[in-house]
Design a protein. Structure first.
Length: 289
């Protein structure tokens, strides 16, 4: 981790290793191979993880083993491993298409989520942010826009998948979620029991989607849901790209009040739809204290 501080995927890699540690944390490096990883692979399969998701974890292990056999040496100049085992990845033939939620499905799923995860999901479906952008969201990335009476977040490119700074426009519901969390933690917006959350796709999410009868829904589908609703509301392609963080950082660093007003209006266009406003009322009541 110390050697890879520059990687945008560092936080994701850490979360993947945390999932692996209960299965391999007691093993020496020379005991790790594709066979010793198989129990973890089988467990992730049973949890409904896609092959691509499992492969991300296998790639982290493979990278560590390759470094241990090529670059990392002991006090005698010997590499930690004589040779790195071959870590074969799963065939990614089960890639599932996006599954945008209907309003009824959103209500059903969110009702089964624990409070902290419900807030994160509601923020995701109203901003189009990715899992790690939400988990890593910090208060010092918040920027007040007094001329519009609102706030935005500017996520540094080092924390964004495409490497560009990410402008997060807060519609009424997303802003309400943020305000309900203000002051609860000194650095991070979303936390659980006083600590930042590493990932939204956890056991609580898996249980909730099963109870809701939506085993196919992934965290990333919340982003697709926001995009689909923007399109249904008649938001232009370019504005959808900006709101979803797909385009370059031209607006994040040089936006005008007019441009931001247009994006804010577009983001708010998904608020007053059946199923979304009642969810906001529930949050306000539950977290009013």
């Amino acid at each position: 981790m110390l050697e890879n501080q520059h990687k945008r995927s560092l936080i994701s890699d850490i979360s993947r290793l945390k999932l692996l540690m209960p299965w391999i944390g007691h093993m020496a490096l020379d005991q790790l191979h594709r066979g010793s990883l198989e129990p973890w692979v089988m467990q992730r399969r049973q949890e409904g993880a896609a092959a691509a998701t499992i492969n991300h974890g296998l790639k982290v292990v493979r990278r560590i083993l390759n470094l241990a056999a090529s670059e990392w040496v002991d006090e005698y100049g010997m590499t930690w491993l004589l040779a790195a085992p071959k870590i074969k990845l799963l065939p990614e033939t089960d890639r599932r298409p996006p599954y945008p939620l209907t309003w009824e499905e959103q209500t059903r799923l969110f009702k089964e989520l624990p409070g902290h995860l419900e807030k994160m999901a509601l923020f995701a479906v109203n901003t189009g942010c990715r899992d790690q952008e939400i988990c890593n969201l910090r208060w010092d990335w918040e920027v007040a826009v007094p001329e519009l009476g609102t706030r935005v977040f500017l996520i540094p490119g080092t924390q964004v998948k495409n490497g560009d700074d990410r402008l997060v426009v807060l519609n009424r519901i997303a802003l309400s979620v943020v305000e309900s969390l203000r002051g609860s933690h000194p650095t991070h917006v979303f936390t659980y029991r006083g600590k930042p959350v590493f990932r939204m796709l956890n056991s609580a999410w898996l249980r909730a989607r099963q109870k809701a009868g939506l085993p196919q829904v992934r965290v990333h589908d919340l982003k697709h849901t926001f995009g689909r609703r923007l399109r249904a509301a008649g938001v232009s392609f370019e504005d959808r790209q900006d709101l979803l963080g797909h385009r370059s950082g031209r607006i994040t660093t040089h936006y005008s009040a007019a441009e931001l007003t247009k994006l804010l209006d577009a983001a708010n266009s998904v608020c007053d739809r059946e199923g979304n406003q009642p969810q906001l009322v529930v949050l306000r009541r539950r977290y009013a204290a």
